[in-house]
Design a protein around this ligand. Structure first.
Ligand SMILES: [Zn+2]
Ligand SMILES: [Zn+2]
Length: 239
């Protein structure tokens, strides 16, 4: 029997932090990780497959934003640094380039690692994206287990293929205003101190939407954070 490996997915971030605390400060914890099957757990693998399948259609929706006026992309979108893009459609173009570039880089990477023929065919964005998503779907099980970065814990800067797919999917959802933002946790993020903690529909963790941060918290960690902040506030008020 192979030794079970904790899934590198976001559901284990709290466990990883707790393990780090145990290693560095001897602080005990009672968390148990979600085990991989064999590396990513079945839930993370299924999510990556669904998100990958949805990307071509989402990208088409992102590019429509460039030509058809809309209420405007949401705050926090990649490539958007000021309130007004310098030319119409720029934010949409930047995000499309970011996602398409990422998809093709991952495809090329896998072709290289698996000694497959290089990508061919004329460049037509829609068709190229669809072909790339199909290629990645075929090689997804391999990528989630054998890609050199497949074991890297998921976060915004992770090169883990599943984390990358999730990041592109999330950015496109947000840009097209399709993510249902159910909860804004009005407590400063423990990492960047901004009021940017959100929990989206269907997520079992709370995410910092500051692009430079991207911290992920479990509901328990967030509750603890709220308590700690309330305590500091009460102490300051009493002083
Ligand atoms: Zn997982
Ligand atoms: Zn943060």
């Amino acid at each position: 029997m192979p030794v079970p490996v904790p899934c590198p997915g976001p559901e284990n971030n709290a466990w990883r932090r707790a393990e780090q605390g145990r290693a560095e400060r001897n602080t005990e914890h009672e968390l148990t990780p979600t085990w991989g099957h064999p590396l990513h757990c079945t839930r993370c693998a299924a999510r990556a497959r669904t998100e990958l399948a949805e990307l071509p259609e989402l990208l088409a929706a992102v590019s429509l934003e460039a030509t058809h006026a809309s209420p405007g992309p949401r705050a926090g979108t990649i490539g958007r640094t000021s309130t007004e893009p310098p030319w119409p459609g720029q934010a949409s173009r930047l995000l499309t380039d970011h996602i398409v570039g990422g998809l093709l880089a991952l495809e090329d990477d896998i072709r290289d690692l698996r000694s497959l023929n290089p990508r061919t065919g004329p460049w037509r964005e829609g068709a190229t994206v669809t072909a790339s998503a199909r290629f990645l779907d075929t090689h997804l099980a391999w990528a989630l287990e054998h890609h050199p970065l497949a074991g890297e814990p998921h976060d915004r800067l992770s090169g883990n293929p599943a984390a990358q797919i999730h990041g592109w999917h999330r950015a496109a959802l947000r840009f097209t205003g399709r993510d249902t933002r159910v909860e804004h946790h009005r407590v400063p993020c423990p990492r960047c101190e901004l009021l940017t903690l959100f929990r989206s529909d269907g997520d079992d963790y709370i995410e910092c939407r500051n692009i430079a941060c991207g911290a992920l918290l479990t509901p328990a960690e967030c509750a603890q954070r709220i308590k700690a902040v309330a305590l500091i506030y009460a102490e300051n008020a009493a002083a």
